[in-house]
Design a protein around this ligand. Structure first.
Ligand SMILES: Cc1cc2nc3c(=O)[nH]c(=O)nc-3n(C[C@H](O)[C@H](O)[C@H](O)COP(=O)(O)OP(=O)(O)OC[C@H]3O[C@@H](n4cnc5c(N)ncnc54)[C@H](O)[C@@H]3O)c2cc1C
Length: 382
């Protein structure tokens, strides 16, 4: 395995350094969604522990708009407006969320709630997100879990005992009847087969010799991706912050969705994170400015200024080894585009990763794992 970074895990990334009280925060994937059995089985097989199940207020989400927390009644009304809108004006085939929200003539606040929801999943701008996949019931927030100690414990456990070569950026993959060659920045390796697992947007950057089939490149170019910056802040005012945001809430500020990460972690502090995604992703701001803006969002929720003990910002969109959050297929792309994207090239070149998976809804970790099982079957059947 060749990994360009100095760590395994990719978009599953946990930070510990700098945080007080031995607390930690997941900067990439945060939640294991209810019913995603492949990852649950893998976690168990690796002897890792899960937190208990959490559920966000999905029937009546917590909403902080216009600088204060909305009453239960006002929040319920907004959520209901979205749910009624979907029933009254069913989203159309290939219609984007932005198009649908205008056709459904949503109120301004319902539009803001939509934008906040979309920042969680698919983390894409509303003009790219599929309205038919809008989950206005917020069912993904029911019964989710995390890996105790940090989600990166899973990739670390999986990598143990494998021949992983870190700091090896692959530039070109040669493939043909004689086998494959993998050219990294420093060396060239030969093998029987290659499995490409870079994030989808980066398949478009890798050199393939000979060139990939045009249909595959066309399919890759059609698939859209979410974009986002993860913001993590640790605060001293644990009880106050908890009381204000609950397990998580939607806001009309940056970011549109914030969650607690320390529900089952010891310590006096509280760690809150958010994903500023789609068109809300900050641009032309320093990390300090982004953290200050995040503090303001939390302070608005709490009702007074809170003190940040530690902050961390990770822009996944500009990370040259990721360039995305997760894939965001539209319309029938699961049937038309994804099969082409994941199709092996001859019997030498295989493709796996979350972007190749046809799950509906969130769960990139589960998707990546499923894709590995698919490739195993392709290899065994081939
Ligand atoms: C902010 C954020 C929040 C998320 N939240 C969730 C969540 O709550 N739940 C969930 O299930 N999923 C979530 N996801 C999605 C999930 O993290 C990903 O879908 C999943 O981890 C992708 O796995 P992957 O193996 O396909 O890709 P990656 O994890 O990106 O792995 C690809 C690897 O390829 C390496 N690489 C890239 N280019 C090269 C090269 N040229 N040579 C060598 N190595 C290279 C990268 O360094 C990386 O390690 C989130 C993602 C992000 C960014």
């Amino acid at each position: 395995m060749f990994e360009a970074r100095d760590r395994v895990g990719g978009r599953v990334f946990t930070i510990r350094d700098g945080l007080h009280d031995g607390q930690y925060a997941d900067v990439g994937a945060e939640m294991i969604y209810h019913g995603q059995d492949n990852i649950l089985n893998l976690v168990a097989a690796q002897g890792l522990e899960l937190t208990t199940e959490f559920s966000l207020g999905t029937d009546t989400p917590d909403i902080i708009f216009h600088g204060h927390r909305l009453s239960k009644e006002a929040s319920a009304e907004l959520a209901q407006e979205l749910r009624d809108g979907v029933k009254r004006t069913p989203p159309g085939f290939y219609e984007t969320v932005a198009q649908w929200s205008r056709r459904a003539r949503l109120s301004e606040d319902a539009g803001k709630l939509l934008e906040a929801i979309a920042q969680g999943t698919p983390a894409a701008p509303l003009r790219l997100a599929d309205s038919q996949e809008l989950n206005v019931e917020l069912s993904w927030g029911k019964g989710y879990r995390k890996i105790k100690g940090g989600n990166d414990r899973l990739p670390q456990a999986l990598a143990r005992g494998l021949d992983v070569r870190l700091n090896q950026l692959v530039r070109v993959i040669g493939h043909g009847s004689g086998g494959v060659t993998v050219e990294t920045e420093r060396e060239t390796f030969h093998g029987d087969r290659a499995l490409v697992t870079v994030p989808g947007p980066l398949v478009q950057e890798l050199g393939f010799d000979p060139v990939l089939p045009a249909e595959k490149i066309q399919a890759l170019l059609q698939l859209r991706y979410g974009n986002g910056t993860r913001i993590v802040s640790q605060f001293k005012e644990r009880d106050l912050v908890r009381e204000a945001i609950g397990l998580g809430c939607f806001t009309d500020r940056m970011p549109g969705y914030i969650m607690e990460q320390t529900m089952q972690q010891p310590g006096e502090h509280v760690v809150i994170s958010g994903l500023a995604a789609g068109d809300v992703e900050p641009a032309l701001m320093t990390e300090e400015q982004i953290l200050d803006a995040f503090d303001e969002t939390i302070s608005a929720a709490v009702g007074r200024q809170v003190r940040r003990a530690y902050g961390y910002v990770k822009n996944w969109t500009q990370d040259p080894l990721t360039r995305s959050v997760v894939r965001a297929p539209l319309g029938d792309q699961r049937e038309t585009v994804l099969p082409e994207i994941r199709r092996p090239v001859g019997d030498r070149l295989f493709f796996a990763g979350e972007y190749t998976d046809d799950r509906i809804g969130p769960g990139g970790m589960e998707g990546a794992i499923k894709s590995a099982y698919r490739v195993s079957r392709e290899l065994l059947d081939g």
